[in-house]
Design a protein around this ligand. Sequence first.
Ligand code: SF4
Length: 335
Amino acid sequence: MKPDATSAQPPLLEIRDLRTWFPVRRGVFSARAGWIKAVDGVSLALAPRETLGLVGESGCGKTTLARTVADLERAQGGAIRFKNEDLLHADAARRRALRRSIQMVFQDPYASLNPRMTVLDLVTEGLVEHGLLRGGRGDEAERLLGEVGLGPDAMLRYPFEFSGGQRQRICLARAMSVRPELLLCDEAVSALDVSVQAQALNLLMDLREKHALSLVFISHDLSVIKHVSDRVVVMYLGRVVEEGPVEAIMECPLHPYTQALISAVLIPGRKRGPRQILPGEIPSSASPPPGCHFHPRCPKAMARCRTEAPAERAVSGCRVRCHLYSGESHKQNIQ
Ligand code: SF4
């Protein structure tokens, strides 16, 4: 679903220069020896009813970014505005109220459900906690389970009695119970079998339409990202390296990292070019390479890439951080 009017509407979520760093401690006194810069200066915006696909290798910071937005990690700096309210500096009560509108769905549905609670208690817990329960708990549970394709017979059972796909449906019912406006889906369908994955994705898309949700969809599967997203953000070592409309990113990626990611997978409707294999692994975000963080693995690295971090540039409707698109290099590298 495309946002109704991306440019005309104020963003639902706006992130500016966000930094989520974790201290590295060493020695008997646990003195701070440095920082793991999991998210390092990320800015992005999400319009109402828009779906943003977030991609990058493990360790690029995409999960930490989502967890920071969901208030599961503390940011060291920057700003997160939700419906134009400052999430990071709101008082505890306001923050809790705003957070209700932002729900996270995790990869492992079993780990995110308390095994000692019945499904009835699991899906209505948030309603009770936020004072949203209007009728009986059983009626609400039945309605919520119906929305995710489960019958009332599920109510008195425990999570271990369900398959992975059904558990993810329970997680979705639980997330939807508090009437969120934004869902952060962190590899939400990745652990499921392919056939079940398609059902879970369709359910998610139906809920998105029905409840006018905005979605941040994190996945390593670019064909899924292409299927669900309006825009795509590509992260590398805590930073956004490219962002743009899904068609532009999939058909004509600008950043060498995005090009390599896309060349490695078969995406429906896209002619596959030669596969680019990146040397080495993503470096530690405790000691990122100087200049462009990607330079040790980049097939197009130049001398300046080793010392100078590329600034963000607008190119062909996308935002990209790469020296290939600055000054004279720019014209040669736009195809
Ligand atoms: Fe490669 Fe240089 Fe562009 Fe970084 S700035 S992606 S090293 S060409």
